[in-house]
Design a protein around this ligand. Structure first.
Ligand code: PAF
Length: 281
């Protein structure tokens, strides 16, 4: 485990063969463990970064209360066969304070999460680019749970010529459908029950899409779940193409949802297939 740039550089220089990085904010769970396994299977060395990035939290967000569970995180990394954990302080990553220059996520970064959390993706892409420069990986693994983040990281790597292969890993869920998230720790038992509205809405929308009812009816079916159940306040539920562009008439699509449960904001998404709609009589 290293905490400084010089120690990271020395450890990285000693790695021979392919290197994969998994970037995290700690509070690791089985979703992260799945990322680590995918990385372990694909590269000779695995680096994990653990850093709660202040740049991606808004003034009224949960930076201070974000779960910090370093000992358990380190143990999970050790058991997963991770070669190196980089756990820097904010001063190590931002030695001159908040950076004046940040990565601009462009139009996709203004929608959905970017609209609800202004500046969020500037903070995410800036720290991801910094960690890519510092760890110099061949491969970088990110969860599909943060689907818009994954799409933007892919765009950044493409548009800014970052020499890394970005690999997306499917979301891990509890048996009742709840997507694993570090923020699930905030939920009381009734809130956890209410949080099932997100995955239930995704299933309802995907079912309607697969039955050929069309994109609008699919979204209406998902919204109905939030109307029928209590405790989760819907922020958005949208159907897009797999690259987050406009919804296709038919074929592969993505459904994304965000909702507030008590004081906790949760997001989730799922693939969908829009069957051709039946022609009107
Ligand atoms: O997904 C996360 O945990 C964070 O946004 C990331 C990619 C580690 C950047 O801080």
């Amino acid at each position: 485990m290293v905490r400084t740039r010089p120690d990271l550089a020395a450890a990285r220089d000693a790695m021979i063969g392919t290197v994969a990085v998994v970037m995290t904010m700690g509070a690791l769970h089985e979703g992260h463990a799945t990322l680590l396994r995918a990385a372990r299977e694909s590269a000779d060395h695995v680096i994990v970064t653990i850093f709660v990035n202040p740049l991606q939290f808004g003034p009224n967000e949960d930076f201070d209360r974000y779960p910090r569970t370093f000992d358990a995180d380190f143990e999970l990394c050790r058991r997963a066969g991770v070669d190196l954990v980089f756990a820097p302080s904010p001063a190590e990553i931002y030695p001159a304070g908040e950076p004046a220059v940040r990565v601009n996520p462009g139009p996709l970064g203004e929608r959905l999460e970017g609209s609800s959390r202004p500046g969020f993706f500037h903070g995410v892409l800036t720290v991801v680019l910094k960690f890519l420069q510092l760890t110099r990986p061949d491969l970088a693994f990110f969860g599909e749970k943060d689907y818009q983040q994954l799409a933007l990281i892919r765009l950044m790597a493409r548009d800014l010529e970052v020499p890394v292969r970005i690999v997306g890993v499917p979301t891990v869920r509890e048996s009742d459908g709840l997507a694993l998230s570090s923020r699930n720790r905030y939920l009381s038992a009734p809130e956890r029950q209410a949080a099932l509205s997100l995955s239930a809405a995704l299933r309802a929308a995907a079912d309607a899409a697969a039955r050929g009812l069309g994109g609008d009816a699919a979204i209406a079916a998902g919204r109905a779940v939030f109307q029928e159940r209590e405790g989760a306040e819907l922020d958005y539920l949208v159907l897009t193409d797999p690259d987050l562009g406009p919804a296709p008439e038919s074929g592969a699509a993505r459904i994304l949802v965000a909702a507030r449960v008590g004081a906790t904001r949760l997001i989730d998404n799922a693939p969908a297939h829009l069957a051709p709609t039946a022609p009107a009589n």
